[in-house]
Design a protein around this ligand. Structure first.
Ligand SMILES: Cc1cc2nc3c(=O)[nH]c(=O)nc-3n(C[C@H](O)[C@H](O)[C@H](O)COP(=O)(O)O)c2cc1C
Length: 295
């Protein structure tokens, strides 16, 4: 039995020694100069929390509903490709962890296990498939039918990926010119860090109101980040790399431990903020650090 670690940061610290160097570079690289990758983390750090005391926080409920389906925690699993690079049980291990903790997993289309096998091994878990819209509509339609037949609960369509991310660190190590990206390769190896999501979140939520549920991913590394994202209006958060760190550490147990850590950190943060359920987490708990600079 592998020792459990106490935080996502600790799992991240030992990650490099657990996977092949090429896999490590692929997993940790961001696109181009990796500015967004770093800034997503910093955006969370720039937000401060306001505590609220003298509330009854003896029991805390962190269950949520995603598109009408209940999850036990608002912390779900973002799609990440080729999890077999982190652990031989790959997406099956991740799906089992998600099922045990009672959360939603998005399966990447570039998975090492078939969508049918993942569903068969985890019949109860809430599962969505990450889909791309292929120029050949028959390919897309075939995937939609397979997803339906395997009883997936939803589709997550990636629409902001007109070309693949440019993983410079990764290409350098492989000795491939950084200009030689195979931009149309559907089995390609790019993942994009999108925009500064946490700073754009309030604006998105304001524009959309309650017409559509808003979820966020990118840079969430502890339960305080989860709390901040929920306070700014996200219905749930998704984590990508932290699950890979756990998976590489100890397969299903490691991925489950990552989710448990984030859950217990969220609960602790809610206690400090005097929140008993997710609906108690409102924007006034979060202040941008610049607020204090003006005092
Ligand atoms: C190794 C890796 C593979 C990824 N594969 C996919 C994918 O197949 N489909 C997708 O939509 N996003 C993919 N992503 C993006 C993640 O879903 C997520 O948006 C990103 O990792 C940011 O979250 P994080 O900071 O928690 O890792 C991938 C990210 C990484 C690091």
């Amino acid at each position: 039995m592998t020792d459990k670690l106490a935080s996502v940061a600790e799992y991240e610290n030992v990650f490099k020694g657990r996977v092949h160097e090429i896999a490590w570079l692929y997993y940790v690289s961001g696109s181009d100069e990796e500015i967004t990758l770093e800034q997503n983390r910093n955006a969370f750090k720039r937000l401060r929390l306001r505590p609220r005391v003298l509330q009854d926080v003896s029991s805390i409920d962190v269950s949520a509903s995603l598109l009408g389906q209940r999850v036990d925690i608002p912390i779900c699993i973002a799609p990440t490709a080729w999890q077999g690079l982190a652990h031989p049980d790959a997406e099956v291990a991740t799906a089992k962890a998600a099922e045990k903790v009672g959360t939603c997993m998005i399966l990447s289309l570039h998975a090492n296990k078939s969508l049918e096998e993942v569903r068969e091994k985890t019949p109860k878990g809430l599962k969505w498939l990450n889909l791309y819209l292929f120029p050949n509509r028959t390919v897309t339609l075939d995937l939609v039918r397979r997803t339906e037949n395997a009883n997936y609960n939803g589709l997550v369509v990636t629409i902001d990926n007109p070309s693949l991310g440019n993983l410079i660190k990764f290409h350098h190590r492989k000795g491939i010119s950084i200009y030689s990206r195979r931009v149309n390769d559907y089995h390609g190896n790019g993942h994009l860090e999108k925009y500064l999501k946490i700073e754009a979140l309030p604006e998105v939520v304001r524009a959309i109101g309650d017409r559509v549920e808003v979820y966020i991913d990118g840079g969430i590394r502890n339960g305080i980040d989860v709390f901040k994202a929920l306070a700014l209006g996200a219905k749930a958060v998704f984590v990508g790399r932290p699950i890979l760190y756990g998976l590489a550490h100890s397969g299903e147990d490691g991925a489950k431990q990552i989710l448990e850590i984030l859950k217990s950190e969220l609960i602790r943060t809610m206690r400090f903020a005097g929140c008993r359920s997710l609906s108690d987490i409102v924007p006034s708990f979060v202040v941008h650090e610049s607020h204090y600079a003006k005092l």
